[in-house]
Write a protein that binds this ligand. Structure first.
Ligand SMILES: Cc1ncc(C[n+]2csc(CCOP(=O)(O)OP(=O)(O)O)c2C)c(N)n1
Ligand SMILES: [Mg+2]
Length: 990
């Protein structure tokens, strides 16, 4: 033993010795570090000194990243390559550290004995580490045992040079497994129980030492097995009785009716109970759940406490809502619910979010709801409101939105303190076996992208499942991160109860047929333990059946007594009605000026970019002058006035802080420090606040999240902004399944605003169209609003209108690009001031705005009325001026839906003798034409105009949204502008 290792090393010497920390031997040191983080006293003094020093001298370690210069090359490296990799190769260093400890414990033993003990120690630690990493591969996870387990050399003690003769020999293991020394037999017993029983934990991919240490500490050790009190076991048993009993009852009463039974996965129910109970102990006050079809009816009843009579009522064709409530309704396995549960004196509010068939699409909605509630109640460390998401194995592995949500989980603008994920891994998706439906070994592998711990667990061991759930919720509450439970189970029947699974999985289903239910297995276990007496399980099953019979009879007379949609944060809101929905959106000029001054003033110590200073100055002078207000200025005035009115504003989208088109500059970056200054965060002295988020580069999850936010918080203006409108179709599921139809299906209002940059400016197929036509096609039953504003003032009003009403409706807004800087697309303060409001239809500027070079003929002399919407209006205006035409009137439709029939009747009645054309820049099969044609026709008939149908002017129908050639773009534009400005001429568009 050299002098160097014998003496307690100086800090520099330790650094020298351990400089491999960032080299190839990080793993062992990581473990030691994890122990140290958990309890500094658990590691030896020299390691303690070393780790103490880490905090202030990281650079001293990183500089040694090449590994130790003294590493021995003649050390006998085991031939088994995997074994070496378990210690990442450089174990001479580990040997050195351990040897010094072993020697310090027994300084008088001969050096060769020390060396032998050190080798034992190293081998044992290598094996322990192998179990931590790969034990789950060997665990007893599959109730059906479909795949034989292969022996794994890394988990065989013989691989490490031990023999049976070593089993009872104490080995120094340096507090790994919580023990200083242990016999090989003890070590194996702990490792088998911890890592290879009915729970298999994957956590060695976590790089945070504290998290890893916590998991090790929580599960490893002599007294750390799954343990439940008799009451706990009975509670688990009773939940299984309910779960199995309900599915069986339905199976008999409604044979072949779709219910997507939980049969085979019943352990989910006691696990959820555990999450609620333990969560309640750890400060959870509210849980928002999201789940797919599988087992939903059982979760609704056994966990959410929805009356069985209510569910039977729905099976019998009854409605889930009171008769007087409108709506299209939804199938019973998509419906939401809410309830309060109390455990150990803690009340936990539960709400299950309604969802469409589209698997996993509800996930961001749930997380967004949670975030909103956390914000509302000031849950700063995000431990009071908890998201719990359940998943099918195939969907979790296959749907990209799952990965997107993991991506959001740690971001400041979107985190919700960690989601507890529960995969009902029945090892099948409809008719497809896992080997065809995913590349990854487990369905849960995607969770590793955020280093979430994953608890694989055998669903036929309900105690293990409940234990995993307990550790999972504890982890989430402590570390505020996502955690996954992957419960291996099976699906007793077909995908739905009408399906024959033997067509596609005969072997699996043969195994299932002879496999006892989870309840039966657990009952036998409790009988064997003496906790249940003979006959008790049967009695419990019978009693529950009798209870269900009573509920079944009560179902006929069951009436849903109230729809819960205007409760809580929604109290005081009403269903939308009436025609005039302008709301009070005007703001006193003084207030606007005062606010404008605050929003454009920059602190003296902020080193803003010169151009930004200039922009802010220009905004300030426009506001001061009361004219020339551009789009971005109007927007910030809208946001600012809302905040001072008491409404929070949350804007999220890719690059939204600056704005895709460099127009917004809501956060001004200090050129020296990169600190961001947000003028809109400086205003308002109440709880209302402004928040702007540069979001992750996702459409689907982010839009879903923001939509979820609006469901829980009606008094915040939530805006989601697409980078370009084209990208919105990446979130199509959220649009079709939730935003456009959620109110009708599920009685849930949303005031979400979608800002979609749209306009044909020659930038090619992918940067022109937000697919206005698709939103228009979905318009019905007053489901949402679709608009395309052309003035900053109208934008100001439409944003404010979202909040200043007694109801909420989503707003789909086409937003400009070139108009952001167009000299004519400006407004005056007066247009936002007293008496002003949003206009669904806007008149010709030549009549109302100063600066036009054309004086229009009186109405009766107007020969053509060009009705249009959006940016093309300014192209038409300029073309008309260029040509000096005075008998063509330009009328703008600012809001497509709800269709402003009244305003159009009024305006078009002015021109009964004129011809009417609709002009758009989008191809004929896109844009507003197909939607607007019958509507304008209706108006023209109504007013008995001479011309009863509008003609089309614009591009012809195309497959691609736009041309990629700038020259072609201009030629197309010139062609239809010419047609629009030539009376009697229309597009010969196909
Ligand atoms: C996005 C989406 N694609 C396809 C379907 C059709 N579908 C319904 S259930 C199902 C299988 C789901 O398998 P899994 O996620 O393992 O859940 P399980 O039914 O096994 O519980 C499929 C493909 C769907 N509902 N959603
Ligand atoms: Mg499945």
């Amino acid at each position: 033993m050299s002098q160097e290792t014998k003496n307690a090393p100086s800090r520099n010497a330790v650094l020298d010795q351990t400089s491999f920390l960032y080299g190839s031997n990080a793993s062992y040191i990581e473990d030691l570090h994890a122990d140290y983080v958990r309890d500094p006293a658990s590691v030896s003094p020299e390691w303690r000194d070393f780790f103490d020093g880490l905090a202030d001298a990281p650079e001293a370690i990183t500089k040694e990243s090449e590994g130790p210069s003294w590493a021995r090359t003649d050390w006998p490296i085991p031939e088994n390559g995997e074994l070496v990799s378990a210690l990442d190769g450089n174990w001479p260093a580990v040997e050195k550290a351990l040897a010094s400890k072993i020697e310090a414990r027994a300084p008088s033993v001969p050096p060769e004995d020390t060396r032998a003990a050190t080798l034992d120690s190293i081998r044992a630690i290598m094996m322990i580490r192998a179990y931590r990493i790969r034990g789950h591969l060997y665990a007893n996870l599959d109730p059906l045992k479909l795949e034989p387990k292969e022996d794994h050399a890394e988990l065989d003690y013989r691989t490490y040079g031990f023999t049976d003769a070593d089993l009872d020999r104490p080995i120094y293991i340096d507090y790994v497994l919580g023990l200083e020394t242990a016999t090989l037999r003890q070590i194996l017993e702990i490792l088998e129980r911890t890592y290879c029983s009915t729970i298999g934990v994957e956590f060695m991919h976590i790089s945070e030492p504290e998290e890893k240490a916590w998991i090790q500490e929580r599960i490893e050790g002599i007294d750390k097995g799954v343990q439940f009190t008799p009451e706990g076991k009975k509670a688990i048993f009773n939940k299984l009785v309910e779960g199995e009993g309900f599915e069986k009852f339905l199976h008999v009463k409604y044979t072949g009716t779709k219910r997507f039974g939980l049969d085979g996965g019943e352990s989910l129910l006691p696990a959820l109970e555990q999450i609620i109970k333990r969560g309640g102990n750890l400060g959870v006050e509210e849980i928002i759940l999201g789940m797919p079809h599988r087992g939903r009816l059982n979760v609704l009843s056994a966990v959410m406490a929805k009356p069985y009579a209510a569910i039977f009522h729905e099976f019998k064709g009854g409605s889930a809502t009171p008769d007087e409530v409108e709506g299209s309704g939804d199938v019973k396995y998509h419906l939401g619910a809410s309830s309060d549960r109390e455990f150990d004196g803690n009340n936990v509010h539960l709400s299950l979010t309604a969802n469409p068939s589209h698997l996993e699409a509800v996930n961001p909605v749930v997380i967004g709801k949670v975030r909103a509630k956390q914000t509302l109640i000031g849950d700063k460390d995000r431990t009071k409101v908890l998201p719990v998401l359940m998943h099918g194995d195939a969907a979790f592995a296959g749907q990209g939105i799952v990965a997107e949500c993991f991506g959001l989980s740690g971001l400041a603008g979107h985190r919700a303190g960690g989601t507890v994920h529960f995969i009902v891994n029945n090892q099948i998706g409809f008719t497809t076996s896992p080997r065809y439906s995913r590349t990854s070994p487990y369905p849960s592998d995607v969770a590793k992208m955020v280093q979430a711990p994953i608890f694989h667990v055998n669903g036929d061991d309900p105690e293990a499942v409940v234990y995993a759930a307990k550790v999972a919720i504890e982890f989430r509450q402590k570390f505020h991160k996502d955690v996954v439970i992957d419960m291996f189970c099976y699906r007793r029947h077909g995908h739905n109860e009408g399906d024959e699974p033997m067509f596609t999985q005969p072997l699996m289903y043969k195994a299932i047929k002879s496999h006892p239910t989870t309840l039966r297995l657990y009952a036998d276990r409790l009988l064997a333990e003496g906790l249940l007496k003979d006959g008790e399980p049967e009695t419990a099953v019978k009693e529950f059946h009798t209870y269900l019979d009573e509920e079944f009879s009560a179902a006929d007379s069951y009436r849903a007594n109230k729809a819960d949609w205007l409760d809580g944060a929604w109290a005081g809101f009403e269903t939308a009605s009436g025609d005039d929905r302008r709301g009070q959106t005007a703001v006193a000029i003084d207030r606007l000026k005062d606010l404008g001054a605050k929003l454009t003033a920059l602190p003296d110590d902020l080193e803003a970019h010169r151009t930004i200073r200039r922009i802010m100055k220009a905004r300030a002078s426009a506001i001061e002058a009361g004219e020339g207000i551009d789009w971005a200025t109007a927007e910030s005035l809208a946001f600012g006035t809302l905040v001072t009115d008491g409404y929070s504003v949350r804007l999220s989208g890719q690059d939204s802080v600056r704005g895709t088109f460099s127009q917004r500059h809501s956060g001004i970056v200090d050129q020296n420090t990169e600190h961001r200054y947000f003028p809109l965060k400086q205003i308002g002295d109440g709880p209302a606040h402004f928040e702007v988020i540069d979001s992750m580069l996702s459409e689907e999850a982010v839009l879903g999240f923001e939509y979820g936010y609006t469901l829980a918080e009606p008094n915040t203006l939530v805006l989601w902004e697409a980078q370009f409108g084209d990208f919105v179709n990446g979130a199509q599921v959220l649009i079709d399944q939730f935003i456009s139809s959620g109110e009708r299906k599920w009685l849930r209002m949303s005031g979400l605003v979608m800002l979609l940059p749209h306009g044909y400016e020659g930038q090619g197929p992918e940067h022109s169209s937000a697919r206005l036509e698709r939103f228009l096609q979905s318009c019905a039953e007053d489901n949402w609003q679709v608009a395309n504003c052309t003035t900053p003032a109208n934008y100001f009003h439409i944003l404010r209108r979202q909040m200043h009403r007694k109801f909420r409706k989503p707003l789909v807004l086409m937003t400009p690009k070139s108009l952001l800087r167009h000299k004519r697309a400006v407004s005056t303060l007066e247009e936002m001031g007293p008496g002003s409001s949003f206009h669904r239809v806007l008149w010709d500027d030549a009549q109302y705005k100063p600066g036009s070079t054309v004086t229009l003929q009186p109405d009766e002399k107007i020969k053509r009325v060009v009705i249009c919407s959006g940016k093309v209006y300014y192209d038409l205006l300029e073309e008309r001026e260029k040509r000096g035409i005075d008998d063509i009137y330009l009328l703008r439709l600012e809001q497509f839906y709800p269709f402003p029939a009244k305003s159009l009747i009024k305006e078009l009645s002015r021109f009964l003798e004129a011809e009417f054309v609709w002009c758009q820049e989008e191809p004929k099969n896109m844009g507003g034409w197909n939607f607007i044609e019958p509507n304008i026709e209706w108006v023209l008939n109504h007013i008995e105009a001479k011309c009863r149908r509008p003609h089309y002017i614009g591009r012809h129908a195309t497959a691609s949204t736009a041309t990629g050639l700038a020259s072609k773009h201009v030629a197309e534009l010139n062609l239809f502008l010419d047609e629009a400005m030539t009376i009697g001429k229309y597009s010969k568009a196909s």
